[in-house]
Write a protein that binds this ligand. Structure first.
Ligand code: SF4
Length: 346
């Protein structure tokens, strides 16, 4: 019999590792794909923040899992097309700005295109019925298949027993009796299965992988859209939303303040088209300003940025304000904590 080839969606979390292993155990040749949406936590956070001494830099879970599994991993950048999923999701958002249902449909569609092009027999995911409120419900799983138009060719090995039989099962490509019927939010069955399969290394379930599910990030993205009066974003926007303290001291003025040297370096790369503010002759953060500054606003922003530097308790600090290559200096009194309202934080 010809080798059966399956393409899986691999996040690198335990569920997708287990699903992959279950099929490998059946002698199926497996390759996986990991999609880059622009909102993936991994890679960016480690690049932006200082590393704690002695702590290993965060790894890319999908790459690591693929290496451990000994399979080929395709990393596909879908960030350009993904804009329309985030800005206009047919099935709306989850708790924050996560359009999980539309996202899953889109990823399965993309994986289906790869399957057709690369000659895989079927697709699979590590989804579990009832594990997530939006995309992994018993009623939404068939919807994903229908919307993605994959006609019974999407297998979920971890919960196959509670779902209708798929084509690969019907056609004998996969032994259904060796699949599982895991449901619900408890992770115990997955831990037990990992133990049984000798899988020891996997990321903690609490580690989120998508910024869109993060409350703080979603608030910043919403602020960006509200400010622009339209739901648009560029790759530069969504990267910058991940960095620094972000404050809006005036309706049209946003200030991004680096929290450590690594973030200051990161912000350096985004100076073009923005106003850069930092203390002259004193250690302190680099701040980038979006918006136009009149005299009063420059003064306010300088006081605000001075508040986060070494001179915060000095009566006066000289700040440098750079716009389009021209630097001006302003001597200001750093803003005292009581004059910095919580409502400025985005
Ligand atoms: S958490 Fe993010 S990547 Fe995962 S399905 Fe939801 S929107 Fe997509």
């Amino acid at each position: 019999m010809a080798t059966i080839r399956a393409l899986g969606l691999l996040s690198g979390g335990l569920d997708s590792i287990l699903a992959t292993r279950l099929l490998m155990e059946q002698g199926i040749e497996v390759e996986c794909v990991n999609f880059y949406t622009g909102f993936c936590v991994q890679g960016h956070t480690s690049a932006i923040r200082n590393q704690k001494p002695g702590k290993e830099p965060p790894r890319h879970d999908a790459l690591y899992a693929a290496q451990q599994l000994g399979i080929k991993l395709h990393i596909e950048d879908i960030s350009e097309d993904y804009v329309r999923i985030v800005t206009n999701p047919k099935y709306g958002y989850g708790k924050n700005l996560n359009p999980c249902l539309d996202c899953k449909v889109f990823m399965v569609q993309k994986a289906w295109e790869m399957k057709q092009k690369m000659g895989f027999d079927f697709l699979f995911t590590g989804e579990v019925v009832g594990e997530r409120p939006m995309s992994q419900r018993k009623d939404t799983m068939p919807l994903i298949e229908r919307e993605a138009d994959v006609k019974g060719w999407l297998l979920r090995p971890l919960c196959a027993h509670v779902l209708p039989e798929t084509e690969p099962e019907k056609q004998g490509m996969v032994d259904r009796s060796k699949l599982h019927g895991i449901t619900g939010r408890s992770r115990k069955p997955q831990f037990a299965l990992a133990e049984q399969l000798g899988i020891k290394e996997y990321p903690t379930p609490a580690g989120g992988c998508c910024f869109l599910t993060d409350e703080n990030y979603a608030r910043r993205l919403q602020d960006l859209w509200t400010q622009r009066g339209t739901k648009v974003y560029s790759m530069e926007d969504i990267l910058l939303l991940k960095a620094g303290r972000q404050l809006r001291p005036l309706p049209d003025v946003k200030v991004i303040v680096g929290r450590d040297q690594s973030e200051n370096n990161f912000l350096q790369g985004f100076r073009q088209g923005r106003i850069a503010v930092r203390a002259k002759d004193l250690p302190g953060p680099l701040a980038l300003v979006e918006g136009e500054l009149d005299e009063a606003a420059v003064h306010l922003v300088c006081r605000l940025v001075a508040r986060f530097g070494k001179g915060k308790n000095s009566p006066e600090v000289t700040m440098e304000v750079e716009k389009s290559g021209t630097i001006e200096a302003f001597t200001v009194a750093p803003l005292p904590p009581e004059e910095l309202p919580e409502s400025w934080y985005i």
